[in-house]
Design a protein around this ligand. Structure first.
Ligand code: NAD
Length: 318
């Protein structure tokens, strides 16, 4: 009898990669976490430190340092290698550098015989996920960008804070670019089943709330964290762990991630954040929500931003 062991490879042992490893290990989401980084000392240091968690975890998780050739038996490869934007840059400004880095990663991973799922975290994530899809030749359902999954967690947090409810009782998400142009289809945001637009209407206390300001806050907060601590890591790490869990446990959980649109929302050949059903096969289906005209216009604008940047670089000629 063979027992299948779940293995997740994390490429990039920086703040995002090592925090993701920590989140996977402490939640016991998989049997093995392998870390790869061009900086071998950094990878070794993180692995050694993480190995020492095991005694106090609720299960034994193997943590290893590896190479691209060891990715063949992985269920998931998470790409976090990249350069976080500096204080005066947007995520889109890091495109060329990130594109060059992922190009050196995807080919050797595929040469290892890897047939699993890529979860792309490196920014600008929508465009980089599209490149990983193109470079890998894997089916579209197996290449997933973290997209607006973390932004949506932030959105729920801010709404929960405003209404004094648990963020997990908020249903809703932002869509489009994981970046400045993302939008929220407010007509689909509910709290305990009640539409947020009705909550604001029914309660004098909230009559002056401007929902657009909440989206602006979601967009801005990453940079506010960046300014004071250099990068963001715990939110994205826990988000990636959640995506990984949905895949490995075949959860059919709905999470807004970056995926290839092929006619959905009238868009083609572009990766962007939309709600999807995630299970063992990766992206099972896209939830095509019906937006108001104004929401739909904002969504289209955001998709245009991604496409314009995507068109600027030919990954194959880098
Ligand atoms: P970091 O500088 O701390 O770490 C990056 C790591 O990548 C380094 O250890 C570096 O050695 C490694 N690396 C570079 N080139 C490599 C290569 N060719 N092969 C293997 N490893 C390589 O950066 P970070 O803070 O961990 O951020 C990493 C990426 O994640 C950035 O692109 C950042 O913008 C992105 N990010 C995305 C989100 C999201 O929501 N999608 C959130 C936060 C950060």
């Amino acid at each position: 009898m063979t027992v299948n062991r779940s293995k997740v490879v994390i490429i990039g042992a920086g703040l995002v990669g090592s925090s993701t490893a920590f989140s996977l290990i402490t939640q016991g989401i998989c049997d093995e976490v392998m870390i790869v980084d061009i900086n071998k000392d950094k990878a070794r240091g993180e692995v050694t430190d993480l190995c020492h968690c095991v005694e106090y975890l609720n299960r034994n998780v193997k943590v290893t340092e590896g190479d691209y050739k060891d990715c063949g038996d992985a269920d998931i490869v998470v790409i976090t290698a990249g350069a976080p934007p500096k204080a005066n840059q947007t995520r889109l400004d890091t495109l060329e550098q990130s594109a060059k880095i992922v190009k050196t990663i995807v080919e050797p991973v595929m040469n290892s015989g890897f047939e699993g799922h890529f979860i792309v975290v490196s920014n600008p994530v929508d465009i980089i996920a599209f490149y990983v899809y193109k470079l890998s030749g894997l089916p579209k359902n197996q290449v997933i960008g973290s997209g607006t999954a973390m932004d949506s967690a932030r959105l729920k947090f801010f709404i929960g804070e405003m209404l004094h409810v648990d963020p997990r009782s908020v249903q809703g998400y932002t869509m489009g670019e994981h970046g400045d142009s993302q939008m929220c289809p407010w007509s689909h945001v509910t709290v305990g089943g009640k539409r947020i637009v009705d909550i604001l209407k029914d309660n004098d206390e909230y009559k002056n709330v401007d929902l657009n300001e909440i989206v602006e806050k979601v967009t801005r907060v990453g940079f506010e964290i960046l300014e004071v601590k250099g990068t963001t890591c715990y939110g994205i790490a826990t988000t990636v762990a959640g995506i990984t869990k949905a895949i490995l446990n075949d959860e059919n959980k709905i999470i807004p991630v970056s995926t290839l649109l092929e006619g959905e929302f009238g868009e083609y050949e572009v990766f962007c954040g939309v709600p999807v059903i995630l299970n063992r096969g990766g992206v099972k289906d896209i939830v095509e929500v019906h937006m108001t005209d104004e929401e739909f216009m904002k969504f289209k604008k955001s998709v245009d931003v991604i496409r314009n940047y995507s068109d600027r670089i030919d990954i194959f000629s880098l």
